[in-house]
Design a protein around this ligand. Structure first.
Ligand SMILES: [Zn+2]
Length: 228
């Protein structure tokens, strides 16, 4: 583990919960398809996974992400300075990644545009990111599909780090919550990378499904999409 990282988390823990001894911490870097960071408590231990893209990040950025994750864990307010610092770093890195992605996807038929006639998928992503993910997910390439697929309304393509939404949904008669629901589902795939369980790919874990049900218009969205 990177030297000093544990100290950073201990400092931020002290700052958020003065006078409380921090629990045992396990921190690891993880190759998420995206810039993603997670924290959870298990058997009294805090398990922290940081995107390997943060491996070379300067100390103030690591301090910021430590604060954000611990504040989230203990339901304390997140200080704005930390969010700004973290996001500034991520977006800089995002830019280099995007340039690389553009080269990868150039000429690829599936990628068209995020701005549709009725909905702008980048805007939808940003709103959901702020509302449900503390703004912590880095935005992948967002695109309407070229065709009007009805069977596959959305998917996340990890090879190109792209969320593709069927153009069928880009119509004013489609309520915004239906588009949001499809994007939200794909964002959960970013948050929960596919795990192997035995030889079967566990694509929608119990944790995934319970988070999906938190979506404010979960039932209406499913209902609407069924009759589409
Ligand atoms: Zn899915």
């Amino acid at each position: 583990m990177r030297e000093g990282l544990l100290d950073i988390f201990h400092d931020e823990h002290r700052h958020l919960r003065p006078g409380t001894a921090p629990p045992e911490l396990k921190i690891e870097f993880f190759a998420f398809a995206n810039i993603n960071n997670t924290i959870r408590m298990r058997d009294g231990k805090l398990l922290i996974r940081l995107s390997d893209l943060l491996e070379g990040a300067p100390e103030p950025v690591l301090r910021a992400i430590a604060h954000i994750l611990l504040a989230k864990m203990y339901r304390k307010p997140i200080e704005r300075d930390y969010t700004t610092r973290y996001r500034r770093y991520v977006s800089r890195h995002d830019i280099t990644k995007k340039a690389h992605l553009l080269r990868q996807v150039r000429g690829r038929k599936e990628i068209t545009t995020a701005k549709g006639r009725a909905y702008d998928l980048e805007e939808v992503f940003d709103v959901l990111n702020a509302r449900h993910f503390h703004g912590l997910l880095a935005r992948p390439q967002m695109t309407w599909s070229r065709n009007h697929a009805r069977r596959l309304l959305g998917h996340y393509d990890p090879a190109h780090n792209a969320i593709v939404v069927s153009r069928v949904l880009d119509q004013p008669r489609v309520p915004r919550f239906a588009v949001e629901y499809i994007v939200f589902h794909e964002m959960l795939h970013l948050k929960h990378p596919v795990r192997l369980r035995g030889s079967r790919r566990c694509v929608h874990s119990a944790e995934f499904q319970s988070e999906e049900e938190q979506f404010p218009h979960f039932k209406q969205a499913k209902q609407f999409l069924k009759q589409l």
